[in-house]
Write a protein that binds this ligand. Structure first.
Ligand code: NAD
Length: 496
C-alpha cells in the first residue's frame, strides 16, 4: 500500500517551503538528484516530503567543490565570518515555529525536545561566532632572534555524518565549529531525518550568507558515508552514530590517515545509593530512561539501585511508566512519541522479550501499538541479560540492585561503553568518590545521565568513542591542527 501524503502547515512559510528541496541535493546549491527519497513520519507512516538521495559520486563531487572553496572561506575577514554565524542564530530564532513542526514530525519527538534542539542550535551558532575571534595560537621562545609561533589552522574539508535521534544538534555541533575554524563541510544526515539533520541547516546558512560550496548537504546511506571516509579531498570525519558503524568509519578513515572523531553508543549507568531521596531518584530515572523514547546516546541504560530502596524506587518508577501518555506528538499532548521505525521497535521488543526469558521481571509496559512503545520497567536484571548488555535505544528501564558500593562499581564497570554516568546520594563526597572508580566521559552528581550544553566538551570513552569531543575548548582540538611558524628578518647563511 502506498503511504499517504502528509500536509505540512509550514509550506505556507517561504523559508520552509518543501518545493525548495523536493527531490534535490544541496550540492553547490539546490540541484535535482538522480534519485528521490520519501521521508516518512514515524507517528503516522505518511510521506512528509521528498529529498534527493546522494550517491558516492555525488559525495566525491561535493568534497571536490568544498575543497576548492576552503581557502577563500578561511581568508574571509573575521568580522564577516562571525556575522554569518550570528545571522544564522537569528534566523533559527525567527523560524523556530516552523522548524519545531518539522522536528516534531520528522523525528517523532515531543515539542519540548524540538525546543531543546533549537535552543542548543542557537547556542552552538553563537559559540561559533565567538570562536572566530578567539586567540588561535601561542608565541614560543626560540633561538637566534627569530619569531616562533604555534597557531591553529583548519584541516581543509570536514565530513560530518550524523544520526536520526537529535539530528539538528548532532549535525550543527560539528558543522558550525568546523566552519568557524576555517574548514568547509560536507554533511551527510541520516536518511530518516535529512530535513532536521541537514536541510534546515542548509537553509539557515544559505540565508545567512555563507559563500557557495562552503557547505554541501547530501542525504544518503552508509555507502555515501563510506565514500566520504575514503575521499582524498576530505581531511577529517566527524561521526556520530552507532558503535558498529563507528568502527567501520574508523577503519576506513584509518586507511586514508584522516583525523576522525567518533561519538558512538552508550549504556549509561544511574547509580542510586542507599541514602538517596527515593522520589527524586525515581523521577531522575524516569526522565533519563524515557526522554525521546530512550533514543538518546546518553539515555539511562541501567539503573543500579541499593537493595535497601530498590523495591520503593521500582514501584515509583513503574507507577510513572504506567501513567506517561504515549501517542502522536504532533496532534496530542504526550510524554512519549513513536520510535523511529518498525525495525527499531522490533529490536526493542526483542530485547525486552529475551530479557524476560532470561529471568527479568516486567513491572510496567512491554507492549506496543504501531511504532509507539510503552514505557517499560524490567526488574531483577542481571549481567548476561540482553537488557543489561546491549544499548536498547527504546523506552526501557533496566533495574539492577546491589548490596555494597564495591558491587555497584563492579556492576557499573561491566560494560564496554563509557559515555555518561549519574550518581544520586545525599552525600556529594560519597557520590564523587564512587564515580572516580567508574570511567566515563560525562559525570553528573545528583542528576540523571541526559544533559548537554553548547559550550561543554561532549564525548565518551571506550566503545562510546575514540576520545574525541565536541563543544567549547574541544572544538579547537578537533577542528584545527597545530602549525609551527618561524619568522626571520632575512635568510641566514648555512655552512653548506
Ligand atoms: P547509525 O550508526 O546506524 O547511523 C548514523 C549515521 O551513520 C547515519 O547517517 C548513517 O547513514 C551513517 N552510517 C551508517 N553506517 C555507516 C558506515 N558504515 N559508514 C559511514 N556511515 C555510516 O546510527 P543510528 O542508528 O542512526 O543512531 C543511533 C546510534 O547513534 C546509537 O548507537 C546512539 O547511541 C548513537 N549516538 C551517539 C551520540 C554521541 O554523541 N555519542 C549521539 C547520538 C546518537
Amino acid at each position: 500500500m502506498q503511504p499517504k501524503e502528509a500536509s505540512m502547515g509550514s509550506n505556507d512559510i517561504p523559508f520552509l517551503n518543501t518545493g525548495i528541496w523536493n527531490g534535490k541535493l544541496f550540492l553547490s546549491g539546490w540541484n535535482t538528484a538522480g534519485k528521490a527519497h520519501e521521508i516518512l513520519e514515524p507517528a503516522t507512516g505518511s510521506v512528509l516530503t521528498r529529498v534527493g538521495m546522494a550517491t558516492p559520486e555525488d559525495a566525491a563531487e561535493a568534497a571536490k567543490r568544498a575543497r576548492a572553496a576552503q581557502a577563500a572561506w578561511a581568508a574571509l575577514p573575521y568580522e564577516q565570518r562571525a556575522a554569518i554565524f550570528r545571522k544564522a542564530a537569528v534566523i533559527i530564532e525567527r523560524e523556530s515555529d516552523g522548524m519545531t513542526q518539522w522536528i516534531v514530525r520528522e523525528t517523532g519527538c515531543i515539542p519540548p525536545k524540538a525546543g531543546v534542539e533549537l535552543h542548543m542550535a542557537v547556542g552552538i551558532l553563537n559559540e561559533a561566532a565567538a570562536m572566530v575571534t578567539q586567540p588561535s595560537g601561542l608565541v614560543l621562545p626560540s633561538d637566534g632572534g627569530r619569531i616562533s609561533l604555534a597557531r591553529r589552522v583548519p584541516h581543509g574539508v570536514v565530513g560530518v555524518i550524523s544520526p536520526f535521534n537529535f539530528p539538528l544538534i548532532l549535525s550543527i555541533r560539528a558543522v558550525a565549529p568546523a566552519l568557524a575554524a576555517g574548514n568547509t563541510v560536507v554533511l551527510k544526515p541520516d536518511p530518516h531525518t535529512p530535513i532536521t539533520g541537514g536541510y534546515l541547516i542548509a537553509r539557515v546558512f544559505e540565508e545567512a550568507g555563507l559563500p557557495k560550496d562552503c557547505l554541501q548537504v547530501l542525504p544518503g546511506g552508509a555507502d555515501v558515508g563510506q565514500a566520504m571516509c575514503a575521499d582524498p579531498n576530505i581531511a577529517m570525519i566527524s561521526f556520530t552514530g552507532s558503535t558498529g558503524a563507528g568502527r567501520s568509519v574508523g577503519e576506513q578513515a584509518g586507511r586514508t590517515l584522516k583525523k576522525v572523531t567518533l561519538e558512538l553508543g552508550g549504556k549509561n549507568r544511574l547509580v542510586i545509593l542507599d541514602d538517596a531521596d527515593v522520589d527524586l531518584a525515581a523521577s531522575c530515572a524516569a526522565w533519563g530512561c524515557y526522554l525521546h523514547q530512550g533514543q538518546i546516546c546518553m539515555t539511562t541504560g541501567v539503573i543500579l539501585v541499593h537493595e535497601k530502596i530498590a523495591a520503593k524506587v521500582t514501584e515509583l518508577l513503574a507507577g510513572k511508566a504506567s501513567h506517561l501518555p504515549v501517542g502522536d506528538p504532533a496532534t496530542q499532548q504526550v510524554a512519549l512519541g513513536p520510535l523511529i521505525n518498525e525495525r527499531q521497535r522490533d529490536r526493542v521488543h526483542g530485547i525486552v522479550q529475551d530479557s524476560i526469558k532470561q529471568g527479568a521481571k516486567l513491572a510496567a509496559g512491554g507492549t506496543y501499538e504501531g511504532n509507539f512503545y510503552k514505557p517499560t520497567v524490567l526488574t531483577g536484571v542481571k549481567p548476561g541479560m540482553r537488557c543489561f548488555e546491549e544499548e536498547v535505544f527504546g523506552p526501557v528501564a533496566s533495574v539492577v540492585s546491589f548490596s555494597s558500593e564495591d558491587e555497584a562499581v563492579e556492576l557499573a564497570n561491566r560494560t564496554e561503553y563509557g559515555l555518561s554516568l549519574g550518581v544520586i546520594s545525599a552525600s556529594t563526597s560519597r557520590a564523587l568518590a564512587l564515580a572516580a572508580r567508574i570511567p566515563t566521559g560525562l559525570l553528573h552528581i545528583n542528576d540523571q545521565t541526559v544533559a548537554d550544553e553548547p559550550h561543554i566538551p561532549f564525548g565518551g570513552r571506550g566503545s562510546s568513542g575514540n576520545g574525541g569531543r565536541h563543544g567549547g575548548p574541544a572544538n579547537w582540538e578537533e577542528f584545527t591542527q597545530w602549525q609551527w611558524v618561524t619568522i626571520k628578518d632575512s635568510a641566514p647563511r648555512y655552512p653548506f
